[in-house]
Design a protein around this ligand. Structure first.
Ligand SMILES: *[C@@H]1O[C@H](CO)[C@@H](O)[C@H](O)[C@H]1NC(C)=O
Ligand SMILES: *[C@@H]1O[C@H](CO)[C@@H](O)[C@H](O)[C@H]1NC(C)=O
Length: 499
């Protein structure tokens, strides 16, 4: 295959170069999709902006013991959202749930690493009062001030709206959430007002949304949201869980005949049909598993895990505790101001390793059945000793999702949540690799693969770091520079050989 080498020279002005006392490095200024590289093009062209890619996710501060903000693999993300600031009965107040200091550290680390820092407003348990906050002109004015105040106080680059869900009801979202069929229109009006605010206009705005597009009275075309959001994350998970009958995949990529709940593919089609351009959609991917307790004979035939949507009825099954879930921890989780009653059965990917379902390489441990479901393109586990049937995403399913993101021209990925991966980034690296993302890393990692290596691989963009020495004075006195000391024409090398 042909590799192209690009010199990336945008975004730094000459005046900066001339003023600089030390060498400057022109490196990989944006993380990018290599899959979109046009190999026939002259290599010196800077990449088009559409080739930049969102490598995002949410940071859950309740996992900070496992993953302190300082230990996040910042260089592999372009943006991260801090989860959550929750809505309150008073539109002028958002609640950071005691994590103010963690947020300050998070923003500082993000900005030290040139990663955009967002706060995510809402979430599953934090969306109760969104509807009233945007319901009237008066409340929207207050809520605009609340949002811009939060952004200013914490020096945020943006706000992520995780309203679960506008015009909810009918069992979508928590039962205590305020809902109105005007929610979607009011949300858009609010966002337009936020964009018109001097502080709000400087913020990046994003959203996390259900697989089904927003609905509501008098609004079916959602293109107005694409004007105000930098991008919208489709939460392509929680498609099946303990509420499902039968059981099924947490995050099915493809729609399978006879299986319920929907799929990532259908969600993207639906959002595009509702007026959202594909290149403003980001795929939300799970770094976690959902589990069920299922009798062996329902899923295993001839010692092979073959059934991926076995019969399941929560009412007749024992409680399905997830990672670190006990009756006590569940009671500490407030839903609608009340202790939650039922376990979630959720494990982070890392938690599947900690609890022995996976080995440290992230593959099925001895005695655990593994199968990849070719229909949903997701992975499953079954452990006989505790009867646990697990739907999860691993390197294989995330590679399929990464390929899908590229094939459909989506803006990128966002992981729920970054602390769910191993500290060696097993899942994150699988996404990067499948999407051909060149992370902003040391130049030594940008060296092309071995000459002489043949075979088909992903199209690869090789980024070369160009070092430009600052002008030096050859004599005593003040150096004067009358013309650029170095030429940056950068007729980049174009490799055309077998690699
Ligand atoms: C406006 O916000 C206040 C709280 O800030 C709330 O009590 C009131 O119900 C809201 N108005 C509407 C129409 O929802
Ligand atoms: C994990 O399991 C896989 C598949 O059985 C195996 O190839 C790998 O070596 C194991 N890793 C470790 C560290 O045991």
């Amino acid at each position: 295959m042909i590799l192209s080498t690009f010199f990336l020279l945008a975004a730094t002005s000459f005046s900066t170069i001339l003023a600089a006392p030390a060498p400057l490095f022109f490196g990989d200024l944006e993380k990018r999709h290599a899959g979109h590289a046009d190999q026939s093009e002259a290599a010196a062209e800077p990449r088009a902006p559409e080739s930049s890619v969102v490598a995002g996710g949410w940071y859950a501060p309740w996992y900070k013991q496992d993953l302190p903000v300082s230990a996040i693999s910042w260089e592999k993300y372009s943006e991260l959202a801090f989860a959550f600031a929750v809505t309150t009965p008073d539109s002028s107040v958002l609640d950071l749930l005691g994590e103010e200091e963690t947020l300050r550290e998070f923003v500082k680390e993000a900005q030290d690493h040139q990663v955009k820092a967002f706060v995510s407003v809402g979430g599953w348990t934090g969306s109760q009062y969104f509807s009233s906050a945007v319901a009237t002109a008066e409340n929207r004015t207050i809520f605009v001030k609340t949002i811009t105040g939060l952004a200013t106080e914490y020096n945020l680059d943006g706000i992520d709206f995780d309203w679960e869900f506008p015009n909810g009801g009918d069992g979508v979202g928590l039962p205590c959430n305020i809902n109105s069929e005007s929610d979607t229109q009011n949300f858009l009006t609010f966002l337009e007002e936020l964009k018109a605010d001097p502080v709000g206009s400087e913020l990046s705005l994003t959203a996390a949304a259900h697989i089904a597009p927003f609905t509501g009275a008098g609004i079916s075309d959602l293109s107005g949201f694409a004007q105000v959001f930098d991008h919208l994350v489709i939460m392509g998970y929680d498609i099946n869980g303990l509420w499902s009958t039968p059981a099924g995949a947490n995050a099915p990529l493809k729609t399978c005949p006879g299986r319920t709940g929907g799929s990532v593919e259908k969600a993207v089609d639906d959002w595009v049909a509702a007026g959202f351009p594909a290149d403003k959609l980001v795929l939300g991917v799970p770094f976690y598993a959902r589990s069920y307790i299922i009798p062996k004979e329902s899923v295993i035939q001839n010692d092979v895990l073959t059934t991926f949507n076995p019969a399941f009825d929560r009412a007749t099954m024992p409680p399905v505790f997830g990672e670190r879930e006990t009756l006590e921890t569940i009671a500490q989780t407030l839903e609608c101001g009340q202790p939650a009653e039922t376990p979630s059965g959720i494990f982070t990917f890392n938690g599947l390793i900690a609890t022995g379902y996976l080995n440290v390489s992230g593959e099925a441990a001895p005695g655990v059945f593994y199968a990849f479901d070719d229909c949903t393109e997701t992975s499953f586990l079954y452990r006989e000793s505790d009867g646990r049937f697990i739907s999860y995403d691993d390197t294989r399913s995330l590679a399929a999702k990464g390929q899908f993101i590229n094939d459909r021209g989506l803006a990128g990925f966002a992981a729920w949540h970054v602390g769910g991966d191993t500290r060696s980034d097993i899942l994150l690296d699988a996404l990067h690799e499948s999407m051909g993302i060149v992370a902003d890393t040391d130049s030594e990692e940008c060296i092309p693969s071995q000459p002489g290596e043949t075979g088909s691989g992903n199209d690869e963009v090789v980024t070369v770091t160009v070092t430009v020495a600052a002008p030096t004075s050859s004599a005593a006195g003040t150096p004067t520079v009358t013309s650029p000391a170095v030429s940056l024409t950068a007729a980049a090398t174009s490799y055309s050989g077998q690699y």
